[in-house]
Design a binder for this molecule. Structure first.
Ligand SMILES: Nc1ncnc2c1ncn2[C@@H]1O[C@H](COP(=O)(O)OP(=O)(O)OP(=O)(O)O)[C@@H](O)[C@H]1O
Ligand SMILES: [Mg+2]
Length: 280
């Protein structure tokens, strides 16, 4: 049995078990709540931004993808994630992988876009790769006019409202980008300000699905440090890139977490042009 199959089997087993009781202790946590309600009439709007179509096209970001195989794969991924979140009454997950460059950020962004295309689904996308934030780059966002991002909030230099942006072309999506890399990421991830962010995101429930774009599990302790705050993990592996040892190491680290699924990125097993297949 392959590592992925084994990880997936474990996930399936977990789904049969009753949901573990809420953790006791003082730290706030994104609670398991029903999926986004259809009535979104009073969902909060955040700072409007317009995204540059040419940048999205260049970076292969929805809705500016023309490859039918990739479009189909993202739709399947969206449907399966919605079903799984719904089945478990979960509403937040982190996107991670074993090693660098497997497509975690691209998957996070396109999955967020795909989910927000669903008329009942409101999404938060949070760039939680504090050491190498890339979401802003991929979306063509800059801080050239003093825009604030997640690190500004975590350092106490910005409010929640100042770091959340709503693209005009994706009104159900809210993005928290980051413009400033930091070295002491896991300290910030477990800081009181991070708890405040989680509380602010929780205040948006049950209308939003929250996606955290994170670094690889093997690169630092960031994912482990933050994992108690999320309902599940989505693992991105790149065909032909992610080595068996790395995958095994990632699997071991993720054992104590809820694995929502495995995205096989850069797969050539699908029809030509399909960028993603979805294990499980
Ligand atoms: N399926 C794909 N087909 C072609 N290029 C891809 C694919 N997935 C990702 N890429 C490209 O690979 C590079 C790395 O992707 P991405 O930044 O999403 O990876 P990552 O796992 O988030 O990396 P990091 O570990 O540095 O955070 C980017 O240039 C991205 O455009
Ligand atoms: Mg990334």
């Amino acid at each position: 049995m392959s590592i992925i199959e084994e990880a997936v089997r474990k996930t399936a087993e977990r789904y049969q078990r009753p949901t573990p009781p809420e953790q006791s202790g003082g730290r706030p946590r994104l609670r398991r709540v029903p999926p986004p309600a259809a009535d979104t009439s009073n969902v909060r709007r955040f700072q409007p931004i317009s995204l540059d179509r040419a940048v999205l096209e260049e970076n292969y970001i929805l809705p500016h993808i023309t490859d039918p195989g990739a479009l189909r794969a993202y739709k399947i991924l969206r449907t399966r994630m919605l079903r799984r979140l719904d089945a478990n009454q979960w509403h937040s997950f982190a996107v991670t992988g074993a090693t660098a460059g497997e497509g975690k950020t691209l998957t996070s962004i396109n999955l967020a876009m795909a989910l927000a295309q669903d008329s009942n689904t409101w999404v938060f996308l949070v760039d939680l790769d504090l050491q190498r934030p890339k979401v802003a780059d991929y979306l063509g966002l800059t801080n050239s006019h003093g825009e604030r991002g997640l690190t500004d909030f975590l350092l106490g230099d910005a409010t929640f409202e100042q770091i959340v942006y709503s693209p005009s072309t994706a009104e159900r999506l809210a993005v928290i980008p980051n413009f400033q890399a930091v070295a002491n990421a896991s300290d910030l991830l477990t800081s009181p300000r991070m708890d405040e962010l989680v509380q602010a995101l929780e205040a948006e429930k049950p209308r939003r699905i929250v996606i955290f774009d994170m670094p690889p599990v093997l690169a630092s302790d960031d994912v482990l440090a933050f994992s108690p705050q999320v309902d599940g993990m989505l693992l991105v592996v790149a065909e032909g890139t992610t080595g068996r040892d790395a995958l095994r190491g990632a699997k071991e680290l993720l054992q104590e977490m809820n694995l929502l699924g495995v995205v096989l990125n850069r797969s050539e097993a699908q029809d030509e042009g399909a960028y993603y297949s979805y294990a499980r």
